[in-house]
Design a binder for this molecule. Structure first.
Ligand SMILES: NC(=O)c1ccc[n+]([C@@H]2O[C@H](COP(=O)([O-])OP(=O)(O)OC[C@H]3O[C@@H](n4cnc5c(N)ncnc54)[C@H](OP(=O)(O)O)[C@@H]3O)[C@@H](O)[C@H]2O)c1
Length: 303
């Protein structure tokens, strides 16, 4: 690839879930030929990652409330990948458009919710579609972070008590997940395409799990017997509706809502591994990480 075809990329929001995995993907042998170096890392903090040399990543400190600081950070950039907290995206898009950026990935790395999202207007009522006539916005939809399902017990078990779990319905509902490292690779794989060739929404899914499958694996690997509370879909929806009305929510409230969306009869499960998005992102470039072997590895280490 000639140097004039390579894209200049800015990555915004380094210190959350997706910053480091995305920088690792952009600078990896699989994708680095497509990009100009150093990759521009746009941050509010003074933190720098040890993993990257100065020639791979340059850090630009910004103030989100000062548009001129964002415009100057984006000057000369072709693509902005927003990985930050929700709520700043509109100001980032405005600054990117002023700086002449052509492609923008808004921070909407959630499941591709359907009508079930509308039942929870407080917790799931955030804006998740962005459009600006001056640049192309591409929305990457990813399922749940598989890393969270493995490492944050309330995400899988819906309980804060050790070895307690709530099974919703028959426990066989397929829940789509993607590992954050694969989300980074997917962004690195998409960001070099001509913007006009990209769809506005790309849905991916590295894998899917059922509660029954992971409960059984957890019991085998940890050598414990889970105390399982059985809960119908209707009860789950009622609990989620109450959680959505609360002023102060905790992780269980949030997980009750997201689990209710997954088990909702309104939900139309689609296996995005077989869809156009997966083919566009990963036409045989990398192996999607699978949740069962990764969970086994992580839970064995914890013993
Ligand atoms: N699908 C899932 O299961 C799932 C789970 C979690 C998150 N997500 C999605 O992943 C994305 C990132 O979420 P996250 O939890 O990693 O985000 P986060 O921790 O809230 O924020 C990520 C980074 O954004 C930057 N930032 C932007 N605006 C900021 C502000 N006003 N105050 C403080 N920091 C700000 C900070 O980076 P700097 O320090 O570099 O400035 C921060 O480290 C979001 O789109 C979220 O919806 C999805």
């Amino acid at each position: 690839m000639s140097s004039s075809d390579k894209k200049a990329v800015a990555v915004v929001g380094l210190n959350g879930e997706l910053g480091k995995p995305t920088l690792l993907a952009l600078t990896s042998p699989q994708f680095k030929e497509y990009y100009k170096f150093p990759i521009r890392a746009i941050t509010t903090s003074n933190n720098k990652f040890d993993e990257f040399s100065d020639s791979e990543v340059s850090y630009h400190k910004v103030d989100y409330s000062d548009e001129s600081s964002l415009v100057s950070a984006f000057n000369g950039v072709d693509v902005v990948i927003d990985l930050g907290t929700r709520g700043n995206t509109e100001s980032l898009i405005a600054a990117a458009a002023k700086a002449g950026v052509k492609l923008f990935f808004p921070t909407v790395y959630t499941p591709n919710y359907g009508p079930e999202k509308n039942d929870y207007p407080n917790l799931l009522g955030f804006k998740n579609v962005f459009h600006d006539d001056r640049l192309k916005c591409v929305h990457l939809k990813v399922g749940w972070f598989a890393d969270w399902v493995i490492c944050k017990p309330p995400v899988l078990f819906l309980s804060l008590e050790p070895n307690h779990a709530v099974r919703v319905g028959d426990g066989n509902i397929e829940i789509p997940v993607t590992f954050v490292s694969d989300i980074g690779k997917s962004l690195a794989s998409l960001a070099h395409h001509p913007p006009a060739q990209l769809p506005e929404k790309v849905c991916i899914q590295g894998d899917a799990y059922t509660q029954n499958e992971l409960f059984k694996l957890y019991e085998q690997v940890k050598g414990v017997k889970l105390i399982v509370e059985e809960r119908s879909h209707d009860t789950q929806s009622q609990i989620a509706a109450e959680a959505d009305k609360k002023q102060n929510i905790n992780i269980i409230d949030f997980m009750n809502v997201v689990t209710a969306t997954m088990t909702s009869p309104k939900r139309n499960y689609i296996d995005y591994n077989k869809g156009e998005g997966a083919k566009l992102v990963n036409p045989g470039i990398f192996e999607w990480k699978k949740i069962v072997p990764e969970a086994k590895k992580a839970w064995s280490k914890e013993k």
